[in-house]
Design a binder for this molecule. Sequence first.
Ligand code: 2P0
Length: 324
Amino acid sequence: SAHLTPLEHAEAFAPSNIALCKYWGKRQDELNLPVNSSLSISLAHLGSRTVIRPSATGEDKVILNAKVLDLDAPFASKVIAFVDLFRRQQDLPVIVDTRNNIPTAAGLASSASGFAALTLALNQYFQLQLPDNVLSAFARMGSGSASRSIFSGFVEWQMGLHEDGMDSHAYPLDVVWPDFRVGLVKVSTSQKAVDSRSGMKRTVATASLYQSWPAQAAQDLEKLHQALAQGDFTLLGSTAEHNAMSMHATMIASWPPLLYWQPDSVAAMQKVWALREAGIEVYFTMDAGPNLKLLFQAKDQALLETEFAGLEVVAPFSGAAARV
Ligand code: 2P0
């Protein structure tokens, strides 16, 4: 690995993303190679900003939301192992400073935007000028969903076929949907859930229901493509909700069971279903946690903000998604 001179300062932003067709299960653990392809929407200005500077002390330093982390802490050691992919070990010590502007109340994971921002910042710092698909494949090695956070708008992560993973990367879909909205519903911040990495491992190993997942995901991906091509919101929303419920079915069918829902999660689902009965086009998706993410159109925003107190609304296609 021949390095050019590192810069004095590199800085990058990457958005968080919400999957409409979920990534759940790996065919290879070390490289984060997925069992199925997935499709997401990036959350514009919500995400992570990462700064990299040379470290004068000769020691690496990891700062998260203005707090210096112990280098043995799980997040810090993951970050340093990831930086080592781009340099000779111990070589060129760095300060990695990451800030998330994701409202903690929204209960969104930050590993996707975090590893994507880190990848973009490292590419700048070492002046590598890697193409987007290679950046996405690198980000994937930090966290699978980070492959999608390299891009804005609707994004597909193709699972790829090769063992080295270089064809397992995301790419942006050529769709602009100005009226599309994502609403973050905070159900609960309590109770540490099983993290996605061990959760999907457990599902693959113990849920016989998981055998039906790859076919379901492939079918849903096809429906989402159709919905995006036709601007069919009903098909988009219903497919995303069905996909999320199917993923949760495989989680629940694991042993010991993985139930990420809280009573208030179910109450919020029932509220969404009641609103649909009343003619409001709103759907939800959920990840490895108790919070709901609503999918709706601009015309229903005011009503939904009244129905769901504290709803954080993101317009994925409004304004320029920052990419410093
Ligand atoms: C997704 N999730 O598609 C799915 C839905 C959670 C549920 O991607 O082990 O943090 O680092 O590759 O990317 C979260 O999993 O897992 C995730 P690793 P990651 O958004």
